[in-house]
Design a protein around this ligand. Sequence first.
Ligand SMILES: [Mg+2]
Length: 196
Amino acid sequence: MVLIDVDEVLGLFMQGFGDFLTTHGLEMRIDRFALFQNIYRPGATEHLEIAQGKALFDSFFAGHCDQIEPAPGAIEALNRLGRHAGILILSNAPADAERLRTAWLKRHGMDHPLILNSGPKGPIAAGLIAQTLQPTAFVDDLLSNLDSVADHCPATTTFQHVADLRLRPFAPRSDRHPRIDDWPQLGEAIEAAIRR
Ligand SMILES: [Mg+2]
């Protein structure tokens, strides 16, 4: 069984959210690994107030999160994995996102069960993983989620993937989780990890 994140793993969130910000006369500057601190008014040197960024984030998830592009190679890799493995999509997104996110997955041929979570992913991953005797793998872009799953599910193989090219140089990595930003390569590594 494979548990896979959406934003910056299956889908290009920063790009999609950035496009949404543009329609609000704002811009996303990717000069560090952050989210709300990267939102600016054009020409401004100080980022937008965090509360305003969060309101835009909620509004993006409630009405526009089905407009992101799939990460290059993700669909093909997922289809291939799905032949031999159960796939669960484990996404930290507001509850409002459920309908649009489910529709987005389906539209792109990634029609797997979606579980929305908030906070560290270890506890919910442990509950899901406890239901199978098969080998398991987990993929996320954020070290906090990867560490949490590794702590709660020591037998699960964890992989880090950062889909956005601009974000990659800034994304912190850890020796604890192999970092594979190329989806075809990641798909093979997952397959090897769960093949027993
Ligand atoms: Mg993510």
